[in-house]
Design a protein around this ligand. Structure first.
Ligand SMILES: Nc1ncnc2c1ncn2[C@@H]1O[C@H](COP(=O)(O)OP(=O)(O)OP(=O)(O)O)[C@@H](O)[C@H]1O
Length: 217
């Protein structure tokens, strides 16, 4: 070794050969009922180092959901105050309820070098895309078929017939925007683990890019 170093004229560099990866913003989207929450819940278990942004919403809490963990459940008035103060990266009124991404959480994580996952509906993903452009990774979760998506929504038993019609019609429209995303992950029935593995693969690949995506808000 020493002989080699002498021949080269300089000692071997023991530092890393590529810079440490930069923090990534990963946007997970897809139609209602496709399994975004389920996928994210499992991803949280396998990727503990990632920060999952807690979305603020004015919708009613579903059984088992925890304030500050699943969502920040706020009143309509409180949500409107957040909009007025420009505290949200994106927000939307979806099916009569507000949902939005608090800017501060994203900023704080990126400043600490932490990867951030955002969960947004398809409409919200378009807004985030207009702000972050190609500097975030956009993943669209899709069911294996429309039939499978509807079955999942019905089995969840959280929607009335009226709301189901709106959700399925919206899902049809949303699928037309698939091309605005970087990746599509099929969340097939009973294959949650496979979907999560696919997302982990995407994240790892993005972090291995020679020229990485760099988001700043
Ligand atoms: N791979 C899967 N196989 C079978 N069932 C699944 C799978 N993924 C999710 N589900 C079920 O489908 C239903 C909808 O999933 P989830 O609530 O995660 O969807 P979502 O996209 O977050 O919906 P929304 O946007 O309406 O909140 C749930 O009952 C969930 O348990």
């Amino acid at each position: 070794m020493t002989q080699l170093e002498e021949a080269l004229g300089t000692p071997f560099d023991v530092g890393p050969q590529v810079p440490a990866p930069k923090p990534l913003v990963i946007v997970i989207s897809g139609p209602s009922g496709v399994g975004k929450d389920s996928v994210i819940k499992r991803l949280q278990e396998v990727r503990k180092e990632i920060h999952f942004v807690v979305t603020a919403t004015s919708r009613q809490k579903r059984p088992g959901e925890v304030h500050g963990v699943d969502y920040y459940f706020v009143s309509k008035e409180e949500f409107e105050e957040m909009i007025d103060k420009n505290e949200l990266l994106e927000h939307a009124l979806v099916y009569g309820d507000y949902k939005g991404i608090p800017k501060k959480q994203v900023r704080d994580c990126l400043a600490k070098g932490k990867d951030v996952v955002l969960r947004v509906d398809v409409q919200g993903a378009a807004t985030v895309r207009s702000i972050l452009g190609s500097n975030a990774v956009f993943i669209y979760i899709v069911a294996e078929s429309e039939f499978a998506l509807v079955k999942r929504l019905i089995e969840r038993k959280t929607e009335s017939m009226e709301k189901l019609v709106v959700r399925v019609a919206t899902a049809r429209d949303e699928l037309k925007r698939l091309e605005e995303f970087d990746y599509a992950v099929v969340n097939s029935d009973g294959q949650l683990e496979r979907s999560v593995n696919a997302i982990c693969g995407i994240i790892d690949a993005e972090k291995s890019r020679v020229i990485q995506k760099l988001a700043s808000i």
